[in-house]
Design a binder for this molecule. Structure first.
Ligand code: HEC
Length: 418
């Protein structure tokens, strides 16, 4: 997350003193009744905030850029956007914003956070044209809050308010047991993770675990939950949900669900980042939607390459691994790739030439399920190929592990049989 902030500073510096951007500083360029509000003002072609830019910002930016959101500034009012207009143009033209990691040339996904080229061009033309306000009557209705799940069977949390620790710096990775209290088996078909304190909850991963294993981890250290980084530390953890800022409520692909038996609990791993604000007590909630009719059981199948050693002071160190051939055909609906902070590039393809995901500029802070627009029919005999690339600027070799200074090369696929 450092690079974009550097870019922000650069963009702001340009804005403040760049002679090329004088248009932005013209006193009347964005005033109501200014040149853009009349069709005869000669600037009819310049997009305006209310008519052209706000509709894009509502859907593309306000998931995060609102007061109290994870982004460092709001883009709700004209004055806020006008002050940031050149930075906005730069961020969208360079495709840093909205944050969206997968390369669209590899595959296309549901709920992509991407702008079309026409939307990018509109924001750039608006910023370069002096960021005119336009006519408030052209404004779209305010953004609707994101729709939740169609129904909710359980609303769960850890039962404690937790104040993130700052003893190891601004990042605290903490795991909590969240018990759904299952007395019968259920099929989870959707989840909605609701961070308690948006300004400090940076991402959430929800794992399933056996109750005894999770309780043993919790009991081993004092205080609520335990410190965890790469995973919950329980045997064979399985990811069943993930949230990053801007993530909507997630429903698993229609007709499929994750089967949970009594005795299963969740381990909720929360990454707290307190660099923007002082730590405050958080209680993050997860809502679950259980199937009301029979669904095909889905499995979230990991593929890991764990036998690597990234040499000290190395760059572009890569490993690749090909999994065992599938004995039968499967349907693959999506993937969730996972590395830690030294990760640079992760890619999952198959021996029949399918591309599941390609993340050329990995960012640990934006992890989620990527569900394909079209499920993929995986043939018997087909194999997944996972490749990972890292830079290791440290003076120590780095190997597989769950700690902050360890790495992982891991991919989960959400599948049904067949
Ligand atoms: C999913 C959440 C999210 C969405 C959606 C999003 N942003 Fe951001 N934005 C952030 C976060 C978090 C930061 C601060 C950290 C960083 O720079 O990555 C940020 C920083 C920025 C910055 C300053 C840093 C830079 O890279 O220039 C700009 C400008 C920006 N956003 C513009 C936008 C615009 C314009 C949109 C919509 C087209 C948008 N953002 C959509 C989360 C988001």
């Amino acid at each position: 997350m450092r690079t974009p902030l550097v870019a922000l500073t650069a963009a702001l510096a340009l804005w403040a003193c760049g002679p090329d951007h004088g248009a932005l500083l013209q006193p009347d360029a964005g005033q109501p009744g200014g040149p853009s509000s009349g069709s005869d003002g000669g600037s009819a072609a310049t997009p305006t905030w209310y008519a052209d830019v706000l509709p894009i910002v509502q859907t593309g930016c306000q998931g995060c850029h609102v007061e109290g959101g994870i982004a460092p500034f709001a883009l709700k009012e004209y004055a806020q956007a006008r002050a940031m207009s050149l930075a906005m143009a730069d961020a969208v033209a360079q495709k840093r914003m909205p944050p969206w990691m997968p390369d669209p040339a590899c595959n296309r996904y549901q709920n992509e956070r991407r702008l079309t080229q026409a939307e990018i061009d509109t924001i750039v033309a608006w910023a370069n044209g002096g960021a005119p306000e336009g006519n408030p009557n052209d404004a779209p209705p305010p953004r609707e809050e994101q729709a939740g799940l169609p129904w909710v069977d359980a609303t769960l949390d850890s039962g404690v308010d937790y104040t993130p620790s700052t003893s190891a710096g601004p990042d605290d990775y903490h795991c909590f047991v969240v018990d759904p209290g299952l007395t019968r088996s259920v099929d989870v078909v959707g989840f909605d993770i609701l961070p308690g304190q948006r300004q400090e909850v940076h991402h959430v991963l929800l794992y399933s675990a056996a109750a005894g294993d999770a309780q043993a981890k919790d009991d081993a250290t004092e205080g609520p939950g335990w410190t965890c980084f790469g995973g919950p530390g329980t045997p064979s953890p399985q990811v069943v949900g993930a949230w990053a800022p801007g993530s909507p409520a997630t429903q698993f692909p229609a007709g499929t669900g994750v089967h949970l038996i009594p005795g299963t609990v969740f381990v909720m791993q929360i990454h707290y980042n307190t660099s923007a604000a002082a730590p405050v007590p958080d209680r993050t909630t997860v809502k679950l939607q259980y199937a009301r009719s029979t669904v095909r059981p889905a499995y979230i199948v990991p593929q890991a390459e764990a036998s690597f050693l990234i040499p000290p002071m190395s760059s572009n160190y890569s490993v690749q691994s090909t999994e065992k051939a599938a004995p039968i055909g499967l349907t693959v609906y999506g993937v969730l790739p996972h590395m830690h902070t030294l990760g640079k590039h992760i890619k999952v393809t198959t021996t029949r030439g399918a591309c599941f995901v390609d993340i050329p500029a990995w960012n640990f802070h934006w992890q989620q399920f990527y569900f394909f627009e079209q499920p993929y029919q995986y043939a018997a005999g087909e194999q997944r190929i996972l490749s990972c690339t890292w830079d290791n600027p440290t003076t120590k070799p780095v190997t597989w592990g769950e700690g902050t200074s360890d790495e992982m090369c891991l991919d989960y696929a959400y599948i049904t049989i067949p």
